[in-house]
Design a protein around this ligand. Structure first.
Ligand SMILES: NC(=O)c1ccc[n+]([C@@H]2O[C@H](COP(=O)([O-])OP(=O)(O)OC[C@H]3O[C@@H](n4cnc5c(N)ncnc54)[C@H](OP(=O)(O)O)[C@@H]3O)[C@@H](O)[C@H]2O)c1
Length: 254
């Protein structure tokens, strides 16, 4: 998919990885709809970065856990920016690392409602728009937790494993309509969410995590954005249904 001249919808675009994706997409010539849950001020900061790159930006507020809000957000973007062919989901919430026996059912439901069911809403309501535009590309930001299954993060591991499977099934179903869909699985990344996760760990855990990363550092949002934009663009024209772990080498093994 050529990025220049196309319109991208970035869920979770107000902060962190989503903001970096929006900024890089604009740099590569795309107009961007910046979707946030509630943080309009931060979403406007992202929109300004898009405009500074010479592209159009539109800020939309929606809770992806609510399917009617996702449907309304797409209608608003179509009205404001025209047909769109690029979708990124980087929206997600934090729940402190907690063992299964201590995680409340309400905490579990709240996490899954956003990270897994919210992703379903994005794909379900987005697919007809991509088809109507003549095809499109989707990248969903997930987590290496789906493969690593870290203790005290059953909610993250299970929801993101669901996201990975959901996107792969979607890719299989939509390929014949000219729609590609892939996942970028990330580890600890320098965002507000990353900082909150670290706060809920034992003080030594961060050192242990960094020591286990062959590239020797945690990811920046820009590291992740470059991979997302690669998968959206023409260089990835024959790649669909893949989970690309952008993890500094944590899955090399050995
Ligand atoms: N950072 C890490 O260490 C890490 C590690 C593994 C996986 N991930 C995954 O990577 C993705 C991006 O994370 P991040 O670190 O960039 O997070 P972040 O900095 O906390 O940003 C989260 C984004 O999601 C939006 N959001 C949250 N709940 C939403 C909802 N119900 N409806 C719509 N939007 C919602 C937020 O909007 P508002 O600004 O309006 O709240 C914000 O734009 C997430 O899927 C996360 O699970 C992150």
């Amino acid at each position: 998919m050529t990025l220049g001249g196309n319109v991208a919808v970035v869920f979770g675009g107000s902060r962190g990885v989503g903001r970096a994706c929006a900024a890089l997409l604009a740099e590569r010539g795309a107009d961007v709809a910046v979707v946030c849950r509630s943080n309009l001020r931060e979403a406007e900061v992202t929109a300004q970065a898009v405009r500074a790159a010479g592209r159009r930006a539109h800020v939309v507020q929606c809770d992806i856990a609510d399917d009617a809000q996702v449907a309304a957000a797409y209608r608003e973007v179509r009205e404001a920016l025209g047909p769109f062919r690029l979708l990124v989901s980087s929206a997600g919430v934090t729940t402190a690392f907690t063992p299964v026996r201590e995680l409340s059912p309400a905490q579990w439901r709240a996490y899954v409602a956003v990270d897994l069911t919210g992703t379903f809403h994005i794909l379900h309501h987005g697919a007809p728009y991509l088809e109507a535009a003549g095809g499109g590309c989707v990248v969903v930001v997930s987590s290496i937790a789906s493969q690593m299954v870290p203790a005290r993060n059953a909610h993250g591991a299970a929801a993101k494993a669901g996201v990975d499977a959901l996107v792969r099934v979607f890719a299989k179903e939509e390929a014949r309509r000219g729609i590609r869909a892939n996942v970028v699985g990330i580890g600890l990344t320098e965002t507000e969410m990353g900082a909150r996760a670290v706060e809920s760990w034992h003080p030594d855990t961060l050192k242990r995590v960094v020591a286990g990363i062959p590239l020797g550092r945690i990811a920046t949002p820009e590291d992740v954005a470059r991979s997302v934009v690669f998968l959206l663009g023409d260089e990835a024209s024959y790649i669909t249904g893949k989970v690309l772990q952008v993890d500094g080498g944590q899955f090399i093994g050995g």
